[in-house]
Design a protein around this ligand. Structure first.
Ligand code: ATP
Ligand code: MG
Length: 273
């Protein structure tokens, strides 16, 4: 069975609002998945169902073969780590170091292991120099990296990043790229929600698009970003690279800058530099 498996899942919030409907997704170990969709499409609700912050009101969610409804959030969150969309929902310590060590401490690890986990998470997230700082003296974009470090320190098999690109500049996006590739090299399964089409086109091997509570399309980014029906349904635009290639009428299924440059050079028969 897949590491994370949603089987015909629906979720209704206590007030009666249905946020997710008939969602079936299987995610295998080591996959690098992006979730796209307009505001309110149901992305955050879906990933919260994956780590048992929420329990489905219809269907079932399995993590490592365990039906999450029979386990506590504390148990499932040892396997699936979730970085909140808003860092301020996650941070409650007065220094970066104490924030990041909180999870490993709750796991009752040895002092040595806690040290190692914290140092490693701070190094990957680029926060070693700021470790003594109060998170609330730092900008939101940095607070996001603090919450990422906290989840890295938990060493879960699956890591979910909810909108890590929001509010990041070019350097922030580069830092995120490095974090994701380091974690993938370590065998982690990555699920990332983003509104940044270019970031998704360049960095992920599978894209799930949601609209109006449901999954509209789930596949390789080069197929998803050229499925105009699905994109229209989700009210998403193609990445810029694909739009340019489409306008030029050259090979479709292009989504990455390097591939597009090669195709455009060939198409235009420009002299090589
Ligand atoms: N606690 C809640 N109670 C009631 N409705 C909620 C609650 N949380 C979210 N919703 C509603 O459920 C729908 C889906 O919300 P969700 O946060 O999953 O969307 P999203 O795709 O993550 O959107 P965004 O891109 O804005 O983060 C929205 O209409 C939202 O208003
Ligand atoms: Mg959200």
């Amino acid at each position: 069975m897949a590491l994370v498996s949603l089987k015909n899942v629906g979720f209704e919030y206590p007030g009666g609002f249905k946020a997710v409907e008939s969602v079936s997704i299987d995610i295998e170990r080591g996959e690098n998945v992006a979730i796209l969709g307009q505001n309110g499409a149901g992305k955050t609700t879906t990933v919260k169902l994956c780590n048992r912050l929420l329990c489905p009101t219809e269907g079932d969610v399995f993590v490592s073969g365990k039906n999450t409804r029979h386990y506590t959030t504390a148990q499932i969150s040892r396997i699936v780590g979730y970085v909140f969309q808003n860092p301020d929902d996650q941070i409650f310590h007065s220094s970066i170091e104490s924030e990041v060590e909180f999870g490993p401490r709750m796991m009752k690890l040895s002092e040595e292991e806690i040290r190692e986990r914290v140092n490693d998470a701070l190094t990957i997230s680029g926060l070693v120099r700021e470790r003594e700082e109060n998170p609330y003296n730092l900008p939101l974009s940095v607070r996001k990296f603090i919450t990422i470090a906290s989840i890295i320190a938990m060493n879960t098999d699956v890591i979910i990043l909810d909108e890590p690109t929001a509010g990041q500049d070019l350097a922030g996006n580069g830092r995120l790229q490095n974090i994701i590739s380091t974690l993938l090299e370590r065998g982690k399964t990555m699920i990332t929600i983003s509104h940044d089409m270019e970031f998704v086109a360049e960095n992920f091997s599978r894209v799930i698009v949601m609209a109006e509570r449901r999954v509209v399309i789930d596949g390789k980014p080069e197929d998803v970003f050229w499925d105009f029906k699905a994109l229209e349904k989700a009210r998403l635009m193609q990445p810029h690279v694909s739009r340019i290639c489409r306008r030029l009428g050259i090979a479709d299924h292009l989504i990455r800058l390097d591939d597009a440059v090669k195709a455009i050079m060939k198409h235009a028969a420009w002299p090589k530099k």
